[in-house]
Design a protein. Structure first.
Length: 387
């Protein structure tokens, strides 16, 4: 007869059950109690292992796991981090409590995590700043405050404060001036600049920008002009006025005036004359010219008389044996002279010699059936035609 646990009897029934806890070594782990509740029957694998450190931790038919995660009971203080690195019977109370600032305690809560952050060397605040840690008695970090010594209104938490504010934000310069704060730190207060539109600069204060623009050397107006700056007491530039001495009606703002007007606009020349003002400047008043159609020119005044007697020219503009007549010598009219043939006053021409011989055949001096020919058509060959 063979028992389930391997016990054998020959010729009779065997007594199979034994106390499983009596085995060597014990079927339970170290620091555990073994109990077999049914040693009188043929029942195996019913022994129970109970942890000596915690009777609530037990297992059947094998060793119990006698270490629980110790952090589950929240053994650390508020704000501390708990960690149980090895969860076994051999490592009871091996959990750690870690503060936010890195302070660590093993097997118990950290008594006091917080230290005075301002006590660090060097100070966590910058030069010229006061450090204050408002919560040294609690587990709170990164709450220190840095306050600027020169301006307590400038502060920062968990780091140095910026102790120089942009001085231009308070608009220290006058209207129309440009403000610039080049260096923003404690060593450069009142280093802002105010710059005028004309380039005048003041450091640490508003600038006085305006000057009398007419006082510049050389003067901003041209020669023979008067300069006037109407607004020397304000920050206003480019408002000076230049006025021509020769004509106060001619003026300009922010630059020299053009003091000569086109003299020809007043029509100083006579009828039929052409006016030209070659140089329009103060230095050339009355430089205009009047030019007649026949080329006669006068400067600074109208031509008194453009017309001449065209027939007075030498040689005569008419041919030999012709009389020249200029009907309009008193007006500005050219090319109107008339040439008249002496031998035939009916033959005339204007603005040049007349043709004084006519073709004698044109009067049909020959009889019917005869051919007429006038070989030479000039004054010296009259009656030279042939029939």
């Amino acid at each position: 007869c063979t028992c389930a646990n391997g016990v054998v009897a020959t010729g009779a029934a065997a007594t199979c059950e034994t106390d499983e806890c009596a085995a060597t070594p014990s079927p339970c782990g170290a620091d555990q109690a073994c109990t077999d509740p049914d040693t009188a029957s043929n029942k195996l694998h019913d022994f129970e292992c109970t942890c000596n450190s915690d009777p609530n931790l037990k297992a059947t038919d094998g060793p119990a796991t006698c270490d629980k995660d110790e952090c589950k009971s929240n053994p650390c203080g508020a704000g501390q981090t708990c960690k149980d690195p090895v969860q076994s019977v051999a490592s009871i109370h091996d959990f750690t409590c870690t503060c936010a600032n890195g302070v660590v305690a093993t097997g118990a809560a950290v008594v006091a995590c917080e230290t005075d952050e301002c006590a660090a060397t060097p100070s966590p605040c910058g030069m010229g700043q006061t450090c204050t840690d408002p919560n040294t008695a609690s587990n709170m970090l990164h709450d220190f405050v840095c306050t600027c010594d020169k301006d307590p209104s400038l502060t920062a938490t968990d780091g140095p404060a910026t102790c120089d504010k942009d001085e231009c934000l308070s608009s220290p310069c006058d209207a129309g001036q440009t403000c610039n704060d080049p260096v923003k730190d404690l060593t450069s207060l009142k280093d802002f600049t105010c710059t005028c539109a004309n380039g005048v600069v003041a450091i640490g204060a508003t600038a006085t920008c305006e000057v009398d623009e007419c006082a510049a050397v050389p003067p901003p107006c041209g020669p023979d002009q008067t300069c006037a700056d109407p607004d020397t007491a304000s920050n206003k530039l480019h408002d000076f006025e230049c006025t021509c001495n020769s004509d106060p009606n001619l003026k300009a703002t922010d630059g020299p005036a053009t003091c000569d007007k086109d003299e020809c606009k007043s029509n100083p020349c006579g009828a039929g004359q052409t006016c030209k003002d070659p140089v329009q400047s103060v230095a050339s008043i009355h430089d205009f010219t009047c030019t007649c159609a026949n080329g006669v020119v006068a400067t600074g005044a109208a031509v008194v008389a453009c017309e001449t007697d065209e027939c007075a020219a030498t040689p005569s503009p008419c041919g030999m044996g012709q009389t020249c007549t200029d009907p309009n010598t008193a007006s500005n009219m050219l090319h109107d002279f008339v040439c008249t043939c002496d031998k035939d006053p009916s033959l005339t021409a204007t603005d040049g010699p007349a043709t004084c011989d006519k073709d004698e055949c044109l009067s049909s001096p020959c009889d019917a059936g005869q051919t007429c020919n006038d070989p030479v058509k000039d004054l010296t060959s009259l009656k030279d035609f042939t029939c």
